[in-house]
Structures are given as structure tokens and as C-alpha cells.
Write a protein that binds this ligand. Structure first.
Ligand SMILES: C[S@@+](CC[C@H](N)C(=O)[O-])C[C@H]1O[C@@H](n2cnc3c(N)ncnc32)[C@H](O)[C@@H]1O
Length: 407
């Protein structure tokens, strides 16, 4: 794969359609650029609830469904398509490791064929392989990934983790292990990291957030580690309010991503429980109902409103309104027939959710744009890279995997 060309194509497409992926359907009316696609709104507003839910959770199906009404979707689909995940093991999780996390760990490890593994006939394996070099697990939590790796292969591992309770719990788990493994208290953003990362070790990170995985890349560029494997997540975290390009190629780009834009990249709540989804939708409908009330009082509908905790969805619309108006604070008399506004809020929500599919159509492209920046940075530092999906997005939507080997 030519990463540079793909990054450039994504950059151009994202640049052209900024007004669409920056549009927040929950706050504003449809952007002017919707007029360029006359049948798009009709298609979106006629989607059933089941179709909506399916498309919200599936990038590829979403882009395929939009393409007849919104031609850029076909281009996006081609650009976000990567090597499909390899089949992975599915064994019982060891005591204490949550089932979904265990499946992600197994898929992550199985996406790294060993350097001594023979290729099955006809199956193309990633070119970057895992060998017995000692591992540093970046932002390891309790070190579940190291635990699984050291058990499966003969290698030593160190986890770096900032949270002392996770460090202690991880070391308790490691105390009976056959292979040498431990979790070290370390803020990877500080210089402490250089006490632990030397050029002999390979670096692995499963779900290291924005600034934390960028720090891994910068550290590797200095220490010249032989191998890296990173599945990035939460691009909006541990940065300074916006995405900061690492690669020389992307630093020349005019396209900027605020943290709100980066949140769009991870807006796929497939793993959220249905109770949480229900509570979130309830509050969204109430916010939209409140905006209708504000409009009638000639108060700007984009007035910032305080956010409320999810459990407030269990109160009534009236109690919630009173609480939000007190928090804001804003004095206004509530209309007598609140049920009507609550109903209208739900109707606005149904429309906003459908229109928001257009923003969602760009979320993987935004994510990939950031990940390609990391890959280009590694190439600029003489790493040979592969980029793939290590598991199905239903297991975790944060399923991109960069593997890199020092040339
Ligand atoms: C999303 S979790 C991933 C944990 C683990 N890799 C996993 O997949 O279960 C991110 C981890 O990074 C740790 N972390 C956050 N900031 C850190 C820092 N500055 N230095 C080291 N670890 C950090 C958190 O405490 C947390 O355990």
C-alpha cells in the first residue's frame, strides 16, 4: 500500500467536504452543501429505525448505502478499506480479564504472525512479524496483553502504566508468572520513559490514547526500537486541544482537526449498552425540546447549554428543564403543554440522527487520516510499516493496527 498517496487522497476529500463532517445536526439546520445532493435528505429522512441503527454501526454499509445519493461515499469507501482481520483464537479468558478485552487481546496477538510461522497456502500474512525480543507494553493497565503474550511465547515483558492501583494489581497477577514480567509505574509523557525504553526492545500498545501513542512514536524515533505495534484510540485525548501532525508530509497540510472533530472519529458506540444508549437519546431529545422552547422565547438556539449526567434521564422532562435552567442559569417561564415540546424534541432527534449519518460517513476517514500520519512519520524514520484491521469492528471499532519494523 502506498501510504503517502492514500493520505493525500483522504486529505483532499476531507478538505473538500469540511462543511459536511463538521456539521452538527443536533445543533444546526442542514448545511448549504446538502443542496449539492438533492436526493440525499429524502433518502436519509425515510430510513427506518432498524436501518438507521445498522448504518450507525457499520461504516462500510453506511458508505455503500449513501453512494447513490452522495457520490463521495464511494471514494471514501475505497480509501478506508484495509486488509481484513485474520481469524483469531477464541479461548476462555483467564481469571479477572473481561471477556471482550480478552477477545481483543487474542485478535491483536493473532494479527502478529511469528517470524518462524509458515504461511498457509494462499494466505497473505503481514510482512512484519513478532519475534522473541523483549517487549514494552505501553500504557499497559494491568498488563493483560503482556500476560497473554508471555504465556503464549517465550519472552519477557515490561508494562509502563501511570495508575498506581493498576501497577499494583498487574504486579500481583505477574508474581506467579513463569516468564519475567512486571508493570512499572511510569508517566510515559515524562522523561522517566527513557529509563525503561532502550533500543533493544519492541514496543506494543493496545488502545493507547492520542497523545500517548504519539509519544510512543516519538520515543521510538529517538531510541530506534526494532519493532512497534500500535492500535491507536481516542485521538482527542492527551493532546493540546487539536491534532498535531507528526509526519513532515502532513505538517504541510492546511487541514486541522479540533478535538470536536477528533471525537467524530470515535463516534461509534457499538459497545455501549442499550440502557446507556436509551439514556443518551432521552437527554438528546430533551435538549432539542428545550431548544424549541428557547426559540419561542427568541433566545438563540445555539446558546451553549450545560451538559447533564446520564442518570438525570430518569427524571421527568419538567424536572430536567428546571435543573438545566438553574444550572445555566437562565430565567424563563416554561410553557404549560410540555408534553408537546417533549414530543417535538423526539421528532427533531429522529431527524438529526438521520442527517448525522453524513458526518458519520467521514468518521473512519478522519481516523485513518490521523493513523496514516503516524505511519508516514514512522516511514520518515526508516520503519517499514503495515496497516490493517486486527479484529472486526463489532469487537472494537478501534481496530486499526500499525506494525512497523526498523529497516
Ligand atoms: C485505554 S487504556 C488501555 C489499557 C490497556 N492497554 C488495555 O487495552 O486494556 C489506557 C491506559 O493508559 C494509562 N495512562 C494514561 N496516561 C498515562 C501516562 N501518561 N503514562 C502511562 N500510562 C498512562 C491509563 O491509566 C490506562 O491504563
Amino acid at each position: 500500500m502506498n501510504f503517502s498517496i492514500r493520505a493525500q487522497q483522504l486529505n483532499t476529500l476531507l478538505n473538500q467536504h469540511q462543511s459536511l463532517w463538521r456539521h452538527n445536526a443536533y445543533n444546526e439546520v442542514s448545511p448549504r452543501s446538502f443542496r449539492d445532493f438533492p436526493n440525499l435528505l429524502v433518502f436519509l429522512l425515510n430510513l427506518s429505525d432498524e436501518e438507521l441503527q445498522h448504518l450507525q454501526a457499520n461504516d462500510r454499509d453506511l458508505l455503500t448505502a449513501l453512494a447513490p445519493y452522495f457520490p463521495p461515499a464511494a471514494e471514501l469507501l475505497a480509501l478506508i478499506t484495509l486488509a481484513a482481520p485474520l481469524p483469531h483464537q477464541n479461548t476462555e479468558p483467564p481469571r479477572g480479564i473481561p471477556g471482550r478485552k480478552w477477545l481483543q487481546i487474542q485478535a491483536f496477538i493473532d494479527a502478529h504472525p511469528r517470524s518462524d510461522a509458515a504461511s498457509h497456502s494462499g494466505e497473505s500474512l503481514p510482512e512484519v512479524r513478532l519475534d522473541n525480543t523483549a517487549i514494552i507494553e505501553w500504557c499497559s493497565g494491568k498488563g493483560y496483553l503482556s500476560e497473554a503474550l508471555t504465556k503464549r511465547y517465550e519472552l519477557d515483558a515490561i508494562g509502563l502504566e501511570i495508575d498506581p492501583s493498576l501497577v499494583a494489581a498487574g504486579n500481583l497477577r505477574a508474581s506467579t508468572a513463569k516468564h519475567h514480567r512486571r508493570v512499572i509505574a511510569c508517566d510515559v509523557l515524562s522523561d522517566q520513559v527513557f529509563q525503561h525504553v532502550d533500543s533493544s526492545r519492541q514496543l506494543l500498545a493496545l488502545h493507547a490514547c492520542g497523545g500517548l501513542h504519539q509519544r510512543l512514536l516519538n520515543t521510538a524515533a529517538v531510541q530506534k526500537n526494532p519493532r512497534l505495534s500500535i492500535s491507536p484510540c481516542c485521538y482527542h485525548r492527551f493532546n493540546q486541544g487539536e491534532y498535531r501532525y507528526l509526519s513532515a508530509q502532513m505538517q504541510g497540510s492546511e487541514l486541522r482537526f479540533s478535538n470536536d472533530d477528533l471525537r467524530t472519529a470515535v463516534r461509534q458506540t457499538k459497545t455501549a449498552r442499550s440502557g446507556e444508549t436509551q439514556a443518551r437519546r432521552q437527554l438528546q431529545a430533551w435538549y432539542l425540546g428545550l431548544r424549541l422552547i428557547l426559540e419561542e422565547h427568541r433566545i438563540a438556539t445555539n446558546t451553549p447549554l450545560p451538559s447533564t449526567p446520564q442518570h438525570w434521564s430518569k427524571t421527568s422532562f419538567r424536572d430536567w428543564l428546571n435543573a438545566v435552567l438553574t444550572l445555566k442559569p437562565l430565567e424563563l417561564s416554561l410553557p404549560a403543554n410540555l408534553t408537546q415540546y417533549e414530543k417535538a424534541g423526539w421528532q427533531c432527534l429522529r431527524e438529526a440522527e438521520r442527517i448525522d449519518l453524513v458526518r458519520m460517513a467521514f468518521r473512519r476517514a478522519i481516523e485513518l487520516h490521523c493513523v496514516l500520519d503516524s505511519v508516514l512519520f514512522l516511514e520518515e524514520h526508516h520503519y517499514h510499516c503495515t496497516l490493517s484491521e486486527f479484529c472486526a469492528s463489532s469487537l472494537t471499532p478501534r481496530n486499526l493496527l500499525i506494525q512497523a519494523e526498523k529497516v
